[in-house]
Design a protein around this ligand. Structure first.
Ligand code: HEC
Length: 153
């Protein structure tokens, strides 16, 4: 009886471990409740400047100056730091980024004790400025400008 129970529960554990992200071991998702938390710190010049200073001090070694994941320490890591300039970063809510910065995931450290909540929101505001707009948006903007120029002639 006990044996059957054990066998059944280990199957359960195994299927949980694979879970909904089977085959996507690389994914790192913040829990839904965390993604819904709004950023209490306005993304103004002041908080972005403060966030930049924090980034330069705590994050640049791995994520690099432009957030591309190519900081000087990146080569020594077992996992490449995320490219924070990628357009897909826009799909992550501020709450999701905050949660990742708070908790970390090896080799990225947890910043829960290293930075205050306020500082972590400030750095979220700063890393938003590193993200380049998706290519489509740039193209649309360019074609609009082209049309505008054409109209002027
Ligand atoms: C020791 C190197 C290191 C440091 C320092 C570091 N990171 Fe990371 N960071 C990583 C790595 C590696 C990953 C990818 C982790 C993974 O996918 O498992 C990552 C992932 C992230 C992500 C998740 C991006 C995504 O695609 O979901 C964010 C956001 C992030 N880092 C922000 C920061 C910020 C902000 C700081 C500074 C406060 C920082 N990191 C400091 C190495 C580092």
């Amino acid at each position: 009886m006990g044996g059957i129970f054990l066998a059944a529960s280990s199957i359960l554990v195994a299927s949980y471990a694979h879970g909904p992200s089977a085959g996507m071991a690389e994914e790192w998702e913040a829990p839904a409740e965390a993604t819904r938390i709004g950023n209490p710190v306005a993304a103004n010049q002041r908080s972005i400047t403060a966030g930049k200073a924090i980034y330069q001090g705590q994050c640049v070694a791995c994520h690099g100056n432009m957030g591309k994941g190519n900081g000087p320490a990146a080569v020594a890591l077992e996992r490449r730091p995320s490219d924070l300039s990628m357009p897909m970063m826009r799909e992550h809510s501020d709450g999701a980024l905050f949660w990742k910065i708070t908790n970390g995931r090896r080799p990225m450290p947890s910043f829960e004790k290293l930075l205050t909540d306020h500082e972590r929101w400030q750095v979220v505001n700063y890393i938003r400025t590193l993200t380049v707009p998706p290519e489509g948006a740039v193209l649309r903007k360019e074609s609009k400008e082209t049309t505008a120029t054409r109209h002027m002639h």
